[in-house]
Design a protein around this ligand. Sequence first.
Ligand code: C2E
Ligand code: MG
Ligand code: MG
Ligand code: MG
Length: 295
Amino acid sequence: NADAAMYRAKDTGKNNVQFYTQEMNASLEEKLALMEGLRTALHGEQFLVQYQPKVRLETGRVFGVEALLRWRHPERGMMPPDQFIPLAEESGAIVAIGEWVLLTACRQGRAWQDMGLHPITISVNVSPRQFDDARLVARVRRALEISGLDPKWLELEVTESLIMRDLQQSVAKMRELKAMGISLSIDDFGTGYSSLAALKSFPISSLKIDKSFVRDLDTNSDDQAIARAIISLSHQLQLRVIAEGVETTQQRSFLHESGCHDMQGYLFSRPVAPELIQGMLEGQADAEMPEWSMA
Ligand code: C2E
Ligand code: MG
Ligand code: MG
Ligand code: MG
């Protein structure tokens, strides 16, 4: 098998035979095995969605949740998305998997409302391949119809780099999605490179400050400046701004004092099973002084 790979490399004519080592062969095989596993994981019901609260400090309440996909792999156990989303993106499996996440999250959002809980926004991540899919708009509409979730409670999170690949086409598609009544948010903001001119044209309602700027906020003055700049930019453009990856009370205080009042991170809650979100929503329904209030 190793030899076959060597010959294939040779056949491409370039002098790249030296790059094929035993180790790379093993990881290629591993990658192919994972891709094959991904093909059947949906039918095998190996995926699950966890939800991470988004907290608004003025009220101390959970105002939304982000749906985060996990793969319960039959041999490897629970796998985080970074280990398989890129592969699903590469193979195209992400389109079907993403549609399942969308439907699952919309149904969950509707189910919480049917329990009489105060409605919250459900955010779902969308990757480039999903976004490019010609049927994305139809798929979103279908998920809303099947679940019965009012579009105003659904938000899609897209990244700047996704949008910037083809700015005009992306903005057109975002407008189409927005016209359906859902909202859009820019994930990992600050790590891509959208110009301010482009940002102005995005039909979005919020920016998410990437967690890489939040991590070292206590000590890194550059990150402090960047976080403040993103917060002020959001205010100027009349967008909501949320910080992701908030883990400490110091980070929370800095962001709060800088004018960012929506937060997400381990300080508040990790991504959890839907039953735990239900518990939080029930708890805050009758609490006089909500848990995360900064008032
Ligand atoms: P993301 O959308 O930027 O999600 C935030 C990630 O940060 C999540 O990782 C979350 O668990 C993690 N996180 C939240 N709070 C904290 C914190 O306080 N500290 C630290 N260190 N991390 C925190 P996760 O769940 O592993 O997801 C990673 C990425 O995978 C996501 O980044 C998103 O890009 C992608 N992803 C997850 N679910 C889906 C999905 O259903 N579809 C698509 N297309 N992508 C998904
Ligand atoms: Mg996200
Ligand atoms: Mg993010
Ligand atoms: Mg991120």
